[in-house]
Ligand binder design. Sequence first.
Ligand code: PXG
Length: 289
Amino acid sequence: MQIYINGELVPDAQAKVSVFDHGLLYGDGAFEGIRVYGGRVFKLREHVDRLFRSAHHLAITVPVDREGLAEAILRTARANGIVDGYVRVTLTRGIGLGLDPKNIKNPTLVIIASQLALYPQEMYETGLEIVTVSTRVPQAQAIEPRIKSLGKYIGNILAKMEANRVGAGEGLMLNCDGYVAEATGDNVFIVREGALLTPPPHIGILEGITRGTVIELARKLGIPVSEQLMTLYDVYNADECFLTGTAAEVIPAVKVDGRAIGSGRPGPVTQRLIAEFRAFVAEEGVPIG
Ligand code: PXG
């Protein structure tokens, strides 16, 4: 495996970052998880733009420009012969002991291109059973959820452990006001009377790129979409529920906290969107070359 570190590709055994890296010491950095489908990087521009927005908010200067980052992602995928897989971009503030970032000058940029552990195909047909977890998403006023920051993920990891402990497919997280927020690495949608509802970013969720793609596809199909606050009551009583994310793609959730959602099987709107999403990913994307 060839890893990109600060402009160079090196074998994974030599791919090392400093123990003084602020990403390690404080979770001080941002990341992106990107899919490669059929030799094309899915939504490359959107991921590059999101990383730049995260970095700008954190006042970390990305050591390359947007074109340079896109090229580095393509180069790393190419070097690893990725056809269908996953690219993980990590940006940290750089090296420095102590909280104060004032003297940290050189950010660390790492790109890993690998295979992705996928949900088994049958889960897209039968749907996931998910549970609400006790770990809440942080208040948007405390940690800006649109920054895909390293440090924010301790909550998501604890939430995933809660879901794993009871053998659930995913953990559904609420915000501190008790509104439904997102899953540990996915956004959540419900279908009610033929329309899609999903929580708005300001309640503390990541503005997912898959979420955006599904909203666009739904609107093209004439399916109404709105961002709305929702409680567990809305989820339990929805006609359908599904999750979206780079790793999970579009996946039905058929049971939440032991309650069947709608028929308890993947519904027609979800199935339609899964089909549309798969057709779309086969065409969209920047060829690795
Ligand atoms: N919410 C959270 C908290 C996430 O971490 C999503 C929603 C979906 O966003 P996208 O842009 O992927 O549609 C995510 C995505 C990883 C990894 O292994 C994490 C994500 C995606 C891919 C890989 O770290 N999180």
